[in-house]
Design a protein around this ligand. Sequence first.
Ligand code: SAH
Length: 310
Amino acid sequence: MIETLLTTRDLPGSALAQLLETRDASLAQRLKDCARKRCLEVKGPQVLIRALIEWSNVCRNDCLYCGIRRSRTDVPRYSLSPDQIFECCDKAWRDGVQTFVLQGGENPAAALGLVPVVREIHKRWPQAAITLSLGELPFETYAALKEAGANRYLLRHETANPKHYVSIHPEGMRLETRLACIRELKRLGYETGMGMMVGSPGQTTEDLVQDLRLMQEMGPHMIGMGPFIPQDNTPLESYPAGSAETTLRLIAILRLMFPEANIPATTALATLLPGGKLSGIQAGANVIMNVYTPQAERKKYDLYKGKSDV
Ligand code: SAH
């Protein structure tokens, strides 16, 4: 099975489900080892480090899982000033980190306001890659940010099952809208990232297989996945967290399906599993995102409980 996945980059849905669900620990280990080996062959021995700058937690959206959802009134809101953002970039650059990831709540007006900030970052650090993760925005804003110097955009699809998508998002949010944004980002020439939360309430193994199929259809350059982790004072606060092991198996499967993709070992994985970033690398991930948000604001970017800040 693993051999077929390695050579054909594909498997029937039933075999993918089996790899995700198997209790055979040695099969799961072979899957991860094979993915790690493939990663070394294709991407080389380097682990790429990204500087995550959580620039604002102001959000118009009300995603049921998210700790910075609009309805969560117990979270103090902040946005970094342009100078604070430049300071984060400067610190990262001095550490030898050459990709800056600006992430934040969905706030179209503020995103448009980032255009001159992105332009300035591009001017000061012309060698750096600028990645954005700002949610669903008007297509003109995506274009303006690209023109200002942004190269990459992360927009997780969260789940490929439209009904499941509706069940974990507020009224009016639809998977189709999200996918239209992802297609537009690709069309504009962004390196584009997708991905899902693993084990969000109501998600089935079939849904995860559908996630894999969707990504095969869309061809993302980057794939970010983390386990769902419940956050207090959100509608999903009492649901169990997703599985770190399933997340690791998905990393491995995706490395074999998309040998060239950049796949991070995410903070959510590290939050749930001690040493999770290393485990992610050992399962085929090749990217680590280090938090460069100023210490005073970190606690306010409170996506899920116990969020690790390394
Ligand atoms: N506003 C941006 C960034 C969202 S935060 C956007 O819409 O893309 C980045 C990611 O954190 C989300 O895409 C989601 O997958 C993840 N996330 C949010 N809440 C979470 C939770 N409770 N557990 C695990 N991951 C979560």
